[in-house]
Write a new protein. Structure first.
Ligand code: PMP
Length: 430
């Protein structure tokens, strides 16, 4: 029963466009009523009707330690009693920056912002200011937030809602964003040749997580790195999803690759609104007030967000064994699901890297946006709703990654596989 969610959704649509504050939540591509959530603890969510779900979204990544993680809750409570915002420097943000520099390879300086969008938007402004060039290259189906420059061939909700051209993004802005298929180096080389000396930055999700989960092909990231070095292009890894999730040092550590700038969001805020961008001193000191590339924020580095992020990162820093554990939980689930789909003779592709994964129903490998778009969405819809009915909360679109948390216990994984088995039986019976 989700009567209360239905009532709330109706009321929400009176006051909030589409009833939600961010599009993917609206269940547009799978249909039905989004669940209105009331509270959460560990691996579980509770909706407004009191139903319990095992969570595989985890706020789209941030809750890697599970919901209401005790040390984070305590730190937030203590800070809230002291101050929630000064708009002035604090010791806490210095320690936060120092911890990030300690954890992430190849960076010397960090600027805190309030979302992944802000981080990516600021990073390309910085790359443009640093190089004196205008154009950027991004990849089809990658999502870097909702800044104008990124809403060209974007993934996530833009793909889910199938919006080809976003009204409000001017042609002048869009023409400076060049796009290439993910995992395709030769198109990138062609773009660079065509626009010699004009490209400020290449921005890429090191593991794509906004068209389902798609790993980088062998040599793809290394090839981009090589091209950027050769052409004086700033290489930006968008680590909003992968940062502190693939490893303590994110994709740079996981894939042994060096970026010029990295952007963060999600885990870095421990569930509060935080983003950051980081890089070498030489590039970062172009940012105001050290340099002239302007970037600012009333709430940037605010103590409540910093304490949630700092406490989360410190837990990850102190417990590196957590990453192997998460990877093992993910592999267990992936292997289990493969078995279930195999018995049902259902074609599926289950991509996974670290604790990110996704399911596409197709016999063809999912390597880019075109292959992701070719998967069977009708079957995905059925799978999604049948799992939801059994208390398993999955992303409501095949164009999103699942994110596992360390709070998931063996019995949760087994319950999930049992639900998948029942789901396949139900689908086969239709
Ligand atoms: N980059 C990536 C890779 C993302 O996945 C997202 C959001 N899912 C963003 C940027 C934008 O972050 P935010 O929603 O915090 O603005």
């Amino acid at each position: 029963m989700n009567t209360r969610s239905q009532q709330l959704f109706e009321r929400a649509r009176q006051f909030i466009p589409g009833g939600v504050n961010s599009p993917v939540r609206a269940f547009k591509s799978v249909g039905g009523t989004p669940l209105f959530l009331r509270d959460a603890k560990g691996a579980y969510l509770y909706d407004a009707d009191g139903n319990r779900y095992i969570d595989y979204i985890n706020s789209w990544g941030p809750m890697i330690l599970g919901h209401a993680y005790e040390p984070v809750v305590t730190a937030i409570q203590r800070q809230a009693a002291s101050s929630t915002s000064f708009g002035a420097p604090t010791e806490l943000e210095v320690e936060m920056a120092a911890l990030i520099v300690e954890m992430v390879p190849h960076i010397e300086m960090v600027r805190m912002v309030n979302s992944g969008t802000e981080a990516c938007m600021s990073a390309i402004r910085l790359a443009r200011g640093y190089t004196g060039r205008n154009k950027i290259i991004k990849f089809e189906g990658n999502y870097h937030g909702h800044a104008d420059s990124f809403l060209v061939s974007a993934g996530s909700g833009v793909a889910t809602l199938n919006i080809q051209q976003v009204p409000g993004v001017t042609p002048a802005v869009a023409q400076d964003t060049l796009t290439a298929p993910y995992n395709n180096l030769s198109v990138v080389e062609d773009l660079i040749d065509e626009h010699k000396g004009e490209i400020a930055a290449i921005i890429v999700e090191p593991v794509a997580g906004n068209m389902g989960c798609i790993p980088p092909a062998e040599g793809f990231l290394e090839g981009l790195r090589r091209l950027c070095t050769r052409e004086g292009i700033v290489f930006i890894l968008d680590e909003v999803m992968t940062g502190f999730r693939l490893a303590r040092g994110g994709a740079q550590e996981y894939f042994n690759i060096q970026a010029d700038l990295v952007t963060f969001g999600k885990i870095i805020g421990g569930g509060l609104p935080v983003g950051a961008f980081a890089g070498s001193r030489a590039i970062m000191e172009e940012i105001a007030p050290a340099g002239k590339v302007y970037q600012a924020g009333t709430l940037s580095g605010n103590p409540l967000a910093m304490v949630a992020g700092y406490t989360t990162l410190k837990e990850l820093y102190n417990h590196p064994e957590l990453y192997a554990r998460l990877q093992q939980k993910t592999s267990y689930l992936v292997e289990g699901l493969k078995g279930v789909f195999g018995i049902g003779n259902i074609f599926s592709q289950i991509n996974h890297v670290g604790s990110m994964m996704s399911v596409h129903f197709t016999e063809y490998p999912i390597t880019d946006f075109v292959s992701a778009s070719g998967a069977n969405n009708e079957l995905f819809k059925k799978f999604f709703h049948a799992m939801l009915n059994r208390g398993i909360y999955l992303p409501p679109s095949a164009f999103e990654s699942w994110f596992l948390s360390d709070a998931l216990a063996q019995e949760d994984l087994d319950r999930t596989l049992e639900a998948a088995r029942e789901t396949m039986e139900e689908i086969a019976a239709i």
